[in-house]
Design a binder for this molecule. Structure first.
Ligand code: NAP
Length: 249
């Protein structure tokens, strides 16, 4: 029997890599998307194949419409089906207040965190929706608890992008609810990944973990578990919902 196929964006490291590896353990063939770091993505693919799984690394910047189209075409060519999409790729920039931001920065963040996921959702719906002759599927959008807190003093632009992603999740879930597609979100809290270095503070999780009710940061694998549950048939009546993976924050 052919394996189900999942596309995970930004899967070369961090939460995306953990999600790709866990998806393979659960029996999915995995399209491992990356933007720049081919070696990291190939390492994830090698780890999956060494364990007997099926994976392929596919380069594309999800913020670029033509590259998104090319990414999904490559999944079509390689696997001939798509059952699940994890919109995980996302960026933040150096911590700064709103009164120090410029439009170029905000547009970069919105392009990667909102426009990219929306374009990937579009391509997935075109393939999965029963309206388009598909067999249904599941989408998980990786948001952030920042959508709820607003990230004052750090990156309000990033938080706002995740708020938009949550609204996309709600709206799309209802749009395709009768077409065999479930759309849900996961909101991680402080997770140990390289992302915090992009904000200029690699050790951020250890600084802020005192504010987390569980008094610790999370691991990428703990987020991956929630994502895989939402993708699975165990979540068959869940759509338009969110799981916060944030230690009680
Ligand atoms: P990360 O370690 O910085 O990894 C981000 C990944 O996304 C990288 O593999 C990167 O690829 C890829 N990426 C970035 N922009 C891309 C684009 N335009 N097209 C394709 N791939 C792109 O981040 P992470 O912490 O694992 O974060 C994953 C998701 O979780 C993000 O959406 C983030 O907002 C969310 N999140 C993280 C935390 C946290 O505490 N870490 C908390 C809440 C939410 P390259 O390396 O090839 O550029």
């Amino acid at each position: 029997m052919q394996r189900k196929v999942v596309l995970v964006t930004g899967a070369g490291r961090g939460i995306g890599a953990a999600t790709a590896v866990l998806a393979a353990e659960r029996g999915y063939a995995v399209a491992v998307n990356y933007r720049r770091d081919a070696d990291a993505a190939e390492a994830v693919v090698a780890r999956i194949r060494d364990a007997g799984g099926d994976a392929v690394a596919l380069r594309a910047d999800v913020a670029v419409e033509g590259e998104v189209a090319g990414l999904f075409s490559q999944v079509d060519a390689r696997y001939g089906r798509l059952d699940a999409l994890v919109n995980n790729a996302g960026i933040l920039e150096t911590q700064v207040r709103v009164d120090g931001m410029d439009a170029a920065r905000v547009r970069r963040v919105l392009d990667a965190n909102v426009v990219g996921p929306l374009l990937c959702c579009r391509e997935a719906v075109r393939r999965m929706s029963t309206r388009h002759g598909g067999r249904g599927g599941a989408i998980v959008n990786v948001s952030s608890v920042a959508a709820l807190t607003g990230s004052p003093g750090e990156y309000v632009d990033y938080a706002a992008s995740k708020g938009a992603l949550d609204t996309l999740t709600r709206g799309l879930s209802q749009e395709v609810a009768q077409e065999g597609i479930r759309v849900n979100g996961v909101r991680p809290g402080f997770i140990y990944t390289d992302m915090h270095a992009s904000g200029g503070e690699p050790g951020r999780v250890d600084r802020v973990k005192a504010f987390v009710p569980m008094r610790r940061g999370g691991q990428p694998e703990e987020v991956a578990q929630a994502i895989l549950w939402l993708l699975s048939d165990e979540a068959s009546y869940s759509t338009g919902g969110f799981i916060d993976v944030a230690g009680g924050r």
